[in-house]
Design a protein around this ligand. Structure first.
Ligand SMILES: [Mn+2]
Length: 295
């Protein structure tokens, strides 16, 4: 990896803490959205998250910590010259994430549409072997094929199951095809839907307990309620609020070794920055949970 210090970097962190060599974390920007079916715009997600993050307070009030001191390097955005097939985009992301693992660093991938997660998880599987994925999403994403592609954003979880076990949390929009697939009891898929959450006070421990020790987290922002996260391609009512969501992430980071994560599907709305800021804040606080709690 070649160090390029960007003018616009996550958190507007000082060059001292944003250099590649000393950084524990590497931010990878993947502005890809060619398979989106409802509202496009996720290609602008990474840029909007970085922009919003420059307005963040770097002292974390909840953790009483300056998380940025772990070093957070922001790599230049990956290039996807249209037309780029999802297969090609996934391969591109896989290479980028592999480079980060090879350098012994922690990848944070910014989407872009959800299909790119497949590339990251392939790289994670090669680097750690025994892993599972915590898939946070309003949608099950278990279709075998959508719009003629097996790598459409609506198929991401189905592709992930071929790589490692997954635990889906917060899902609430199921197609008949996906229901039929789940009825075959695939052993590598554990589902905790919003209806399970409403029924079970112990769902957080149950979800965490279903994961292997090494966990890659993929956050499709539509897992959150559209009231706080309207800037997504396929909004769905009845999602998580902020505190509930962050509390769950805190529990998982205490229980498991998180090896990397992504935040995908932010489709920023011009002049409406609260959702962009929320996405930036999830990333920074999650890094805080991961890097401050176990010391
Ligand atoms: Mn989704």
């Amino acid at each position: 990896m070649e160090e390029i210090i960007l003018q616009k970097r996550f958190g507007d962190i000082s060059e001292e803490c944003a250099g590649l060599k000393k950084s524990k974390v590497c931010i990878i920007q993947a502005p890809y959205d060619e398979t989106l079916t409802y509202i496009k715009g996720a290609r602008k997600g990474p840029e909007a998250i970085i922009e919003a993050s420059t307005n963040m307070e770097l002292f974390d009030d909840e953790l009483q910590a300056e998380t940025y001191k772990i070093g957070i390097y922001t790599a230049p955005p990956l290039e996807f010259n249209a037309p780029t097939t999802p297969e090609k985009a996934i391969a591109n992301v896989k290479d980028a994430v592999k480079e980060v693992f090879d350098a012994g660093k922690f990848p944070v991938l910014l989407g872009g549409e959800h299909s790119i997660t497949v590339g990251a998880v392939k790289a994670a599987k090669e680097a750690f072997n025994e892993i599972s994925v915590l898939h946070l999403d309003a949608h099950y994403d278990l279709r075998d094929e959508y719009n003629g592609s097996k790598y459409n954003h609506a198929c991401v979880a189905r592709r992930l199951v071929k790589i490692c076990p997954i635990v889906e949390v917060g899902v609430r929009n199921l197609s008949k095809e996906e229901k039929d697939f789940l009825d075959t009891s695939p052993s590598d898929v554990k589902v905790i839907s919003v209806y399970d959450i409403l029924d079970s006070p112990d769902w957080k421990k149950e979800a965490s307990g279903a994961l292997k020790d090494n966990v890659y987290i993929t956050i499709d922002l539509d897992v959150l309620d559209p009231a706080i996260m309207p800037s997504v391609g396929t909004p769905e009512p009845g999602g998580f609020g902020w505190y509930e969501f962050m509390d769950f992430l805190k529990i998982v980071t205490k229980d498991k070794k998180i090896i990397g994560f992504d935040v995908v599907e932010l489709s920023p709305k011009e002049g409406f920055i609260a959702p962009d800021f929320l996405a930036a804040k999830i990333i920074y606080r999650l890094l805080g949970y991961i890097f401050n709690s176990k010391k």
